[in-house]
Design a protein around this ligand. Structure first.
Ligand SMILES: Cc1cc2nc3c(=O)[nH]c(=O)nc-3n(C[C@H](O)[C@H](O)[C@H](O)COP(=O)(O)OP(=O)(O)OC[C@H]3O[C@@H](n4cnc5c(N)ncnc54)[C@H](O)[C@@H]3O)c2cc1C
Length: 381
């Protein structure tokens, strides 16, 4: 399918990124999965080749490119099954907080390292006691002279081990009414006393993705590490969460496309009862149904991408997209694995890893149910 979103220059960029992946990433995915983490230096390899934060202004080390380039990076990584190296989380979800809400001093201090890969970022919202209900976080950041003193546990934090800089979502006013008005975003550098990286979490899928607990215990940071204004953190999160959902839509859609492609190839080659399994009418229909859903997802997603690139508000539609594409990708995973028979259950067939990795797509960046709550509210229901 031709995609009006991308012109010739984008396709040249896509080709060069694919070459990079074929050499530097694909041969190592299995090893990283076994190790449970992608090596730290991969972030610098991405940065050295211009594949981190391509949208950043040149003065901060980027190339001032449009979001289309980010979309290419996210979808190609997801398509090859490198689900552990989630460049989009750093480049397109976390770094934009510093870019949009940081002051010039903060930007000059951190953004160039974010583009080279010298600084890997994380965002710590979720806590053991709360995930979907962000306003209920209990981590506090108490002002003490020229510092904030942060206390509280965080969990499920992507890039939790490798991160050099984490944006901590904390309550600077625990008594604010309503509670979301007391939330602020504070940057904490790795190595700050009181900031402990916890255990790397053992997950169902995304084995090579660095996901960890963190703890802040009397962690003192300069008050100048506050991003934007005190008490505005929740509003900043609401502004940026649409980009987070878009990134996850891109991942889910690319994973669905990859699963279907590998399944069609398998079904054409696998012969049972003397015929390729793709030729049994039930299987042909299954494949056609999946191809149709995937095409619908692609059409919708590309329309979201176009609107996002044109700076339109996509909150409602991207929440619909996150809910629908996530669930569609999981339906596709189930049926594609089934079409592989017993081989689908074997690690040497990539469908096995894709099917378990895709399970998290309807969970992180806001669950399917939370997406529906948001859309329902926006529909006045
Ligand atoms: C691999 C991975 C990486 C992650 N990375 C990060 C990260 O980098 N930073 C970070 O801060 N967090 C991260 N998370 C956390 C993730 O965003 C949360 O897990 C997610 O938001 C859900 O929160 P929860 O797990 O606390 O579930 P809960 O909020 O406890 O929800 C449990 C169930 O209740 C449902 N539910 C909740 N509210 C409603 C409602 N109003 N109506 C109907 N149903 C509802 C949910 O949909 C879900 O099915 C990550 C999670 C995973 C698994």
């Amino acid at each position: 399918m031709g995609r009006s979103l991308f012109g010739e220059e984008h396709e040249i960029f896509r080709d060069s990124f694919k070459k990079f992946l074929a050499k530097e990433v694909t041969p190592f995915i299995e090893k990283w999965e076994e190790d449970g983490i992608v090596p730290r230096e991969m972030w610098n390899r991405l940065g050295d080749n211009g594949f981190l934060c391509p949208w950043l202004d040149e003065k901060y080390g980027g190339s001032g490119a449009g979001f289309e380039y980010s979309a290419i990076i996210i979808e190609e990584l997801a398509y090859i099954g490198s689900h552990g190296l989630i460049a989009g989380l750093h480049s397109d979800i976390i770094v934009p907080y510093i870019y949009s809400f940081g002051n010039e001093e903060q930007k000059m201090k951190w953004l160039p390292g974010c583009a080279t890969g010298d600084i890997v970022t994380a965002i710590a919202m979720t806590e053991p006691g709360t995930g979907s209900d962000l306003a209920a976080i209990r981590t506090t950041a108490v002002k003490d002279g020229d510092s904030y003193v942060i206390n509280g546990p965080k969990t499920f934090i992507s890039n939790g081990i490798h991160c050099d800089l984490v944006i901590v979502v904390a309550k600077t006013d625990p008594h604010a009414d309503p509670p979301f008005k007391g939330i602020s975003l504070i940057c904490v550098e790795s190595g700050t006393p009181g900031f402990q990286k916890g255990r790397r979490l053992n997950k169902m899928g995304f084995h090579s993705q660095d996901t960890a607990e963190m703890n802040f215990e009397d962690c003192r940071v300069p008050a100048s590490n506050l991003l934007g204004k005190e008490g505005q953190g929740f509003y900043y999160l609401m502004q940026k969460l649409q980009a987070e959902r878009l990134v996850v839509c891109i991942m889910g859609q690319a994973m669905a496309e990859a699963m279907l492609d590998m399944t069609i190839k398998y079904c054409r080659e696998r012969t049972v009862f003397g015929k390729p399994i793709s030729s049994f009418q039930h299987n042909t229909f299954k494949i056609v149904e999946m191809a149709t859903e995937i095409e619908l997802g692609r059409t919708f997603l590309d329309s979201l991408l176009l609107d996002y690139c044109e700076k339109k508000d996509i909150v409602k539609r991207v929440s619909m997209g996150k809910a629908w594409i996530s669930e569609m990708a999981n339906r596709v995973a189930y049926d594609c694995l089934q079409l592989h028979g017993g081989y689908g259950y074997m690690e040497e067939y990539p469908i096995c890893r894709f099917a378990r990795d895709v399970r998290v797509i309807p969970i992180f960046a806001g669950t399917t149910e939370v997406m529906k709550v948001i859309v329902g509210r926006m529909m006045g229901l």
